[in-house]
Design a binder for this molecule. Structure first.
Ligand SMILES: Cc1cc2nc3c(=O)[nH]c(=O)nc-3n(C[C@H](O)[C@H](O)[C@H](O)COP(=O)(O)OP(=O)(O)OC[C@H]3O[C@@H](n4cnc5c(N)ncnc54)[C@H](O)[C@@H]3O)c2cc1C
Length: 547
């Protein structure tokens, strides 16, 4: 006997079977402008793969079936391992095949950072937890390149595009992943408070072997083949390469105490670990642990920007898709004037976030250009502060477009919303980022003045934007150097000025005008959906998500 439910009406078909790259006008024109255009065919393929409903389901599975800690084997021996759903490893395999763990390091063609950033942005739309070990590996390569003896041994395994999930000493693996351990119970932002100790085994110094004793309070992706960790020697905080396995073939003494029970980022394991006489090699100069690891952190911060912008994009297209298929009061939601205002405002924010990410990628693509260096130093923390924070409210608003269906775990919106805050917290929380912006400006006032001059030139065509950029200069001149208490205010203004210039240069005319009018207007911006009547133009949504 068959039994069916009643006729189901007015539910929205799932958004799948589309090319995440091909359907994104902002990314495509961004890549066209970049020398990274050589990567376009690969991004087309990746965009199609990620739009496959089976792949989208992997993201769901990896987060629904969270990793589990297994401290001992059945014989009572410590193994300190974490078991993952197979979807997790499939996702890591995809990231690896796409080269998102190392592309600009193994393919140094111009524009490689932009090419990678776009691929990373695409993956973030499907699953964000697996980005964590990918990012840490990517950033660690930058650091390890400065240690030729160690890097020569690791290079091939770091560059490999095959994921190897086996828990073996790194020497026996096809490829390896690296993590990062800084945060301790007594302090994460203030890593100078690290209390873990390192003792030299054979004289010590750079490249020397040490034993480490202490703990790490947040230690993500503990199954990585090695972590870069901070610990204190008699000469101050230093950085160490600490493998999962000891060179004698036993497990290194890194004991996983428990896994964090997290709000989001559930596919990824984040552990608390203690170690007693764990074996490690010093990387970088003794006592220079923070400057050594900061080089790595700049890359991880940029990845937070990319991931947040990517999640905003996914939330946006899901919201527009929903509004175009769901009706209320006799009309599609997308045809209702107030919903058009909300969606248009969200589309502007998403485009501005993507353009900021692409601008920052351009700065990473030109490591030898001093002015681009200034953009990188100022814009990395500024964009990390702004985009990651905007993503919180943004994903919440997109969830609301879905109504009640947005709030439940059977769709993607709840996961995007729960995932958003972590990018704002880790790798330096909001205040720390804004203080970093001030430091960068104060350290190189002349370079900052050159950066502002470039912005002023690009803002020429728009009176309001010109005034905004000028106010940035006046603000510094009038009140002296920007003060700590006003760091968020200063950073907000700076980012809006940069985004304004980028929208003016690269967005469609309607989008640029609407963005500038609304972000300069004090009436707008406290919530989404407060654009003026004139600003809400059909082109904005058509550009964001073509029918
Ligand atoms: C899911 C997850 C995974 C993580 N994984 C890792 C990892 O793998 N490795 C690792 O090392 N860390 C990791 N972290 C830790 C993370 O980097 C820290 O939580 C973060 O840097 C903040 O440090 P804290 O938690 O000690 O907060 P605190 O340093 O105590 O900061 C608390 C608040 O005070 C603010 N604050 C601090 N100083 C100032 C100041 N001078 N002025 C104004 N405000 C200030 C901060 O912005 C923040 O909002 C992870 C965190 C999370 C949530």
């Amino acid at each position: 006997m068959s039994w069916t439910t009643h006729q189901v009406e007015n539910q929205v078909p799932p958004l799948a079977n589309y090319n995440l790259y091909g359907s994104d006008a902002v990314l495509r024109s961004g890549l066209q402008r970049s020398p990274g255009i050589w990567h376009e065919a690969a991004l087309e393929r990746l965009g199609a793969e990620l739009g496959d409903p089976e792949v989208m389901r992997l993201g769901e599975l990896a987060n629904r079936h969270a990793p589990e800690l297994v401290t001992h084997d059945r014989f009572g021996q410590r193994i300190d391992t974490v078991e993952f759903h197979p979807a997790w490893h499939t996702l890591l395999g995809m990231l690896r095949r796409a080269g998102l763990h190392a592309l600009p390091w193994f393919d140094q063609r111009p524009g490689a950072h932009t090419a990678r950033a776009i691929g990373y942005y695409l993956h973030a739309q499907v699953e964000a937890g697996s980005l964590c070990p990918t990012t840490m590996t990517f950033a660690a390569i930058q650091l390890l390149k400065g240690e030729p003896a160690l890097f020569t041994q690791l290079q091939q395994k770091l560059f490999s595009c095959q994921h190897d999930s086996r828990d073996l000493p790194w020497e026996h693996k096809e490829s390896i992943l690296l993590g990062m351990g800084m945060t301790e119970k007594q302090g994460g932002s203030d890593v100078r408070s690290n209390s873990s100790r390192a003792r030299p085994l054979d004289g010590g110094g750079r490249g020397g072997a040490y034993t480490l004793t202490g703990h790490k309070w947040f230690f993500s992706a503990p199954m990585c083949d090695a972590h870069l960790m901070l610990a204190r020697t008699d000469n101050g905080l230093s950085c160490f390469f600490v493998p999962r396995w000891h060179p004698d073939g036993s497990r290194n003494a890194i004991h996983i105490q428990r896994l964090k029970d997290k709000l989001g980022n559930r596919s990824n394991a984040s552990a608390e670990v203690e170690f007693r006489d764990a074996w490690g090699i010093m990387v970088g100069a003794e006592g220079r642990g923070i400057p050594t690891i900061i080089d790595m952190v700049n890359h991880t911060r940029f990845d937070c920007v990319i991931a947040s912008a990517g999640m905003m994009r996914q939330a946006l297209v899901q919201a527009i898709h929903h509004a175009r298929h769901r009706s209320a009061f006799g009309r599609m939601l997308a045809e209702q004037a107030l919903m058009q205002n909300v969606l248009s405002d969200l589309a502007l924010e998403s485009e501005a976030a993507a353009l900021l990410m692409l601008r920052l990628a351009q700065a990473f693509d030109q490591p030898d250009d001093p002015l681009e260096g200034m953009w990188r130093r100022v814009l990395t923390p500024a964009a990390k502060f702004w985009v990651c924070k905007r993503a919180l409210e943004f994903t919440g608003e997109c969830m609301e477009v879905w109504g009640g269906n947005g709030y439940v775990e059977t769709g993607p919106m709840a996961r995007l919303y729960r995932e958003a805050p972590v990018n704002s917290i880790w790798e330096g929380s909001g205040n720390i980022m804004c203080l970093d912006v001030l430091r960068a400006v104060e350290r190189d006032p002349e370079d900052f003045a050159r950066m502002l001059a470039q912005l002023e030139q690009d803002a020429q065509a728009h009176a309001g934007l010109r005034a905004l950029v000028a106010s940035l200069r006046d603000y510094r001149n009038g009140a002296g150097a920007p003060q700590e208490m006003l760091a968020r205010r200063f950073t907000q203004r700076l980012v809006l000025a940069v985004q304004g210039v980028l929208m003016l240069s690269h967005a469609g005319a309607a989008s640029a005008e609407a963005f500038l009018a609304s972000r300069i207007d004090a009436e707008c911006g406290r919530v989404y959906g407060t654009l003026s009547t004139a600003a809400v133009q059909r082109e904005i949504l058509d550009r964001a998500w073509p029918l």
